[in-house]
Design a protein. Structure first.
Length: 94
């Protein structure tokens, strides 16, 4: 059986912390890219942020936060947005 020293435990902690922040950065990047695609699709449809938000049952300021990638939206919200924009969800990930 291997003995775990305090130094080993600290290293393990820092490795887990590093992985956590790498994952967090990837999620932030994904939210930002998704928001950019939603904004692009909205503008292509000639919709204002306010109009799209109303169509989806969302607050306009929340829609702005989605487009700026400041929030992680649920699959249900993404479905509502794609339905309002009349595009398939997969198009946001191409």
């Amino acid at each position: 059986m291997q003995k775990y020293t305090k130094a080993h435990n600290n290293q393990s902690f820092f490795n887990k912390k590093k992985l956590f922040f790498e994952h967090l950065n990837q999620m932030t990047e994904l939210a930002s890219l998704l928001g950019q695609k939603i904004r692009k699709a909205r503008k292509e449809k000639g919709l204002s942020q306010e109009k799209l938000a109303l169509m989806c049952g969302l607050d306009r300021s929340y829609m702005g936060r989605i487009e700026r990638g400041e929030v992680n939206i649920t699959v249900l919200k993404l479905y509502e947005i794609s339905k309002a924009l009349d595009i398939q969800i997969i198009n946001f990930f191409e």
